[in-house]
Design a protein around this ligand. Sequence first.
Ligand code: T5A
Length: 215
Amino acid sequence: MAERGIFVTLEGPEGSGKTTQARLLCDRLEAAGREVLYTREPGGTPTGEAIRNILQHDEAGEDICKETEVLLFAASRAQLVRHVILPALESGKCVICDRFADSTTAYQGFGRGFSVEQMLAINSFAIGPAIPDVTVLLDLDVSAGFTRLKERHEKNGQSPDRIEREAMEFHQRVRDGYLKLAERWPDRFRILNADRPVDLVSEDIWEIVGNVLGR
Ligand code: T5A
C-alpha cells in the first residue's frame, strides 16, 4: 500500500498570493519527483464548481442568507474531501489545497459573526478525517491585497465577486480572525509575511513543506 501523502492548505485574505504560491509549490514538488494534486475551494469537483458559481458569481446567490452561505461552503468541501482529497492522500499524493476549512472559520465566523465553535462543528462534519498536515497563512494588509486584486481585475477585464465586494471592515475581521486561528493551532499553522517578492515567499513555503515531508 502507498504511504499516505501530505495535505497542505494555503490560507489568507484576498489577494495574498495563495494561487500563485500553490502553483509554484506544485511545480517544485513535481520537479522533486512527488506526485501532486492541486485543488481549490470552493470548487474542485463538478458539484463544488456549481456551488462556487452560486456563491460568487450567479445572480441566484445575490440574496443568500449567511446560514445558507456557510452550508454551501461546507457542502462543496464535503464533496471535495470524499471524492478528491482522501483518495489522493490514500494513493500517496501531496495534496495542495487553495483555501480549506479555515476559510469558513475566518470568513463566516469572524467575518459574518457566527461563533467560531459553530464553524468548527460544521467543518468537522464536512471534513471528517481530512485534517491538513500544515496550513500556510499568507498574511497581508487588507488594502495591499485589494490593490493587487484591482490590478488583476483590470488586466483580465473581470469585476469583483460577491465576497470581494464586502466592506473593508469585513475583510479586516477576516485577516484578524486568521491570525487568531494561527494562535490557537500553532502546531499546524505557519504564518508568512506575504508582502514580499513572490520568490522569497515561495522559498519559505518550500522550507515549511520540506520539514513536513521530512526531507
Ligand atoms: N470563501 C472561501 C469563504 O468566504 N468561505 C470559505 O469557506 C471559502 C473556502 C473564494 C472566495 O470565497 C471566500 C473567500 C473568497 O472571497 P477565489 O476566487 O477562490 O475566492 O479567490 P481567493 O481564494 O480569494 O483568491 P484571491 O483572488 O484573493 O487571490 P490569491 O489566490 O490569494 O492571490 P493570487 O495568487 O491570485 O494573486 C493575486 C494577484 O497578486 C499578484 C498575482 O500576480 C495576482 O495578480 N501577486 C503578487 N504581487 C506582488 N507580490 C506578491 N508576492 C504577489 N503574489 C501574487
